[in-house]
Design a protein around this ligand. Sequence first.
Ligand SMILES: [Zn+2]
Length: 191
Amino acid sequence: MWQELRTVDEGFFLSHQMRNGKRMAIFVKATKGINKNKNLYQVFRPNTGLQVKLEPLQDIKKKYQKVLPKAAEKDWTVQYNCSANQCSHAYWRGNCKRYMVYQSCEVGLRRRTYYVLSGSVLSVWSKVEEILAAGPGPQSKMQILRLKTDDGAKIVGCLIPRHCVPTLVSKLSEGATTYSNKFTNADSQHH
Ligand SMILES: [Zn+2]
């Protein structure tokens, strides 16, 4: 990617500010050819990769300074490695309130786990709906998704919030034989 860069403003940046003893490293790339507005740049983060939001260079420069790849390497690598299982709150603040409540927080993780219930879901639909509705927050709405596994199998199912999984498993296994399969395919590594 380094070789694709065309302007002096592209490349690695480090945040002026330090949080929890660490600086934020980002990778910035012009959107020439992608976006008509030449002043907008793509921002890549070590944990979540390419950001949805394009940013004007002057905004980036307010928070970050351009550095050589070598200078950004340490902060980039440390965050990349930590974000395998440490959320952004813990990384930048040293603790996470959500983690304390739910025993899990996936904010800013580069690898996330999704629980998908598939198969003959219709027969247990009301049970599932009930459990999801009992959960807190906006996640209580049923979300259907389609995914493809590494070995090419296509699965349609509904997304189960992590905190509903134990209840759902116990409710659905009442008097039933269970079969579950773990796919670790929802990997979002951008490098
Ligand atoms: Zn967190």
